[in-house]
Design a protein around this ligand. Sequence first.
Ligand SMILES: [Mn+2]
Length: 617
Amino acid sequence: MLRLEKFRSSHIDEFSQTCPRFILARPSTALLLLLLLLIDFDLQREKTRTEKGGIPAGMKMRKFAYCKVVLATSLVWVMLDMFILLYFSECNKCDDKKERGLPGREEVVPRAHEGPGEMGKPVVIPKEQQENMKEMFKINQFNLMASEMIALNRSLPDVRLEGCKTKVYPDDLPRTSVVIVFHNEAWTTLLRTVHSVLNRSPRHLLEEVVLVDDASERDFLKRRLEQYVRTLEVPVRIVRMEQRSGLIRARLKGASLSTGQVITFLDAHCECTVGWLEPLLARIKQDKRTVVCPIIDVISDDTFEYMAGSDMTYGGFNWKLNFRWYPVPQREMDRRKGDRTLPVRTPTMAGGLFSIDRDYFEEIGTYDAGMDIWGGENLEISFRIWQCGGTLEIVTCSHVGHVFRKATPYTFPGGTGQIINKNNRRLAEVWMDEFKNFFYIISPGVTKVDYGDVSSRTALRQKLQCKPFSWYLENIYPDSQIPRHYYSLGEIRNVETNQCLDNMARKENEKVGIFNCHGMGGNQVFSYTANKEIRTDDLCLDVSKLNGPVMMLKCHHLKGNQLWEYDPLKLTLVHVNSNQCLDKASEDDSQVPSVRDCSGSRSQQWLLRNVTLPEIF
Ligand SMILES: [Mn+2]
C-alpha cells in the first residue's frame, strides 16, 4: 500500500496525500456502524432475556450466536473488498478536490474556481482601468495589475505530451532544494512561483525553497515576506545579499546554503506545472553528470496567459554569443527514434531554470564568480558541461512557465552592455579557443572591454581535462551558427565598385545590403563556409528567383537556395540553383546587390578577405 501511495503521488500531484484518508473515511464509518448494530442487537437480546425472567440460553440461542459470528465475519470481508475497490476507483475524484485547493490554505490564498487567469487563461483588464494598468506595467515590465488579479495558486492546464502523463518514475528520487534569486520582484509573481513549487512537487522530493534577495529595495519583500513564508508547510528560507551582487553570485550563495542533493534554480516569475519535478530528478538519478532543464512555457507579460512551449526547439547561440532557440535538428530526432517524450540533448541552456546534482555542480566549478550581474553565465556553464564530460538536456516531460519580458526592469551598475561584454569575453577566452574570433570580429569594440583575471577558470579547464571547443562544435552542435570549417571570415569586396557586402543590421527575411568597406568587422563580416554558404551570424544569403533579390534567411544547412560556388580564379560567386552570378548593386537600389547572368564583368568579381582582428590584449 505504501508503494502504491508513493507511485500515485508522483502522478496525481500535490493533493494525492489527502486521497487515501478521504477514501478510508467512508468504509471505516460503515464498519463502525456495523459494530454498533451488533452491540445494539446484543443489548436487545439481553433485554428480552431479562424480561422473560432470565431463561438460560437454550439450543436455539446458541445457534443464533453462531449465525451472528458468520454474518459478522462475512460482512467484514465485504467491507474489506469494498475498501479495496474504493481505493482504486475513487482516486479520480481527488482531481475535483484538487480544484478547490488544500484545506486550511484557503484563507492565505483566496481562490475562486472561475477566477481570473484560472487554467492559465488570459486576464482582460476593463477599459476604464487601462490607464492605470499601463502605469503599473512600468514597475516590473509586465502586467502587474493582471498578476495581482490572479490567485497565487491558480490552476494551470496539463500541457504535457500524452506519453508523458503515464510515465512512471522510481520512488527513491534524490530530493531537491529550489533556489530562487529575486531583485525587486513583484509580490504576486514571486509567491506564485513559490506556491506552484509547493503545490506541484511531491512533498517527499522537496527539501526546501531558498529565496535569495539580491538587495531589493521594496518594503514588502522584507518583514512581510518573512512572515508570509513562515505559514507555508515547506521550509522556505530567505537569504539576503548585503549589496547588489547579481544573479551569479546570488545563486552561488543560495546554492551553498541549501542542503538538498539536487539544486534546482528557478527564476522569480515562474509557474511549475503538474509533474514538472519527477522527470528532472529521474534523469539526475540515472546519471548525476546530466544537467536538466524543463521546457520553458511562456507566460504572457501582457495577459499572464499560459502558453505551452515547444519540444521541437533547443538552445543555441549566435556569433554575438546571444542565446537563441533553434529547431531541434533531424539527427537529434533520429537519436531518440522519433520519441518526443525522451529528453533532448541541447547545446546550450537558456539559464533561468535547471536542475543539477550538488556534487556535480561543485565538481565542474559551479559558476564563474568573476562574471558580473547577469549574461553569458548560461553559455559558460553549457560549454563547460559539454566540454568537461557532462550532458545537458531539455526534459520534454517537464514544463515550467516563465514570464518573458520585452525589456529588463533591472538596473545594471555600469551599464548593461559593458557587463554582458565583459562576461562574454570571459566565456570566449576560457572556452572557445580560436572560435572566439567570430565573436570578436562581429562585435567591434568588445575587445576594448577589460575582462579581469581568468587564470583560475583556465586552470579549472586544465584540471578537468576538458575537450576543445572544436570537439563541441563537431559532436554536440554540428548545426552551430559558427561554422567549424570555412574558407573565409571577413569582408566580401566587389572588385569594380570596391564596396562590401553589409548586413546593415537588418533582420531575418530582409535584403542583404552593400556599402563602402570600413574594415571594422561588425556588419560587414561574412563567412564563406565549407558547406558553401555565405553567412553573416545565423543568417544565410538566399536567392529564390531569377535576377534576385538576395535575401538573408535563417541558415537551413540543406544547400538549395543557399548554395554558392566561389571560383578563386575568376573571382565569381555563382548561385548554383539559378546559375547566376552575384553582381554589384542594381541601378534602382544602390544599397542592394543583385544576381545576374554570369558575364565575366568586373562587377561580378569578389574578393573574400579575412579581416585581421583589432589588437586584443
Ligand atoms: Mn526571468
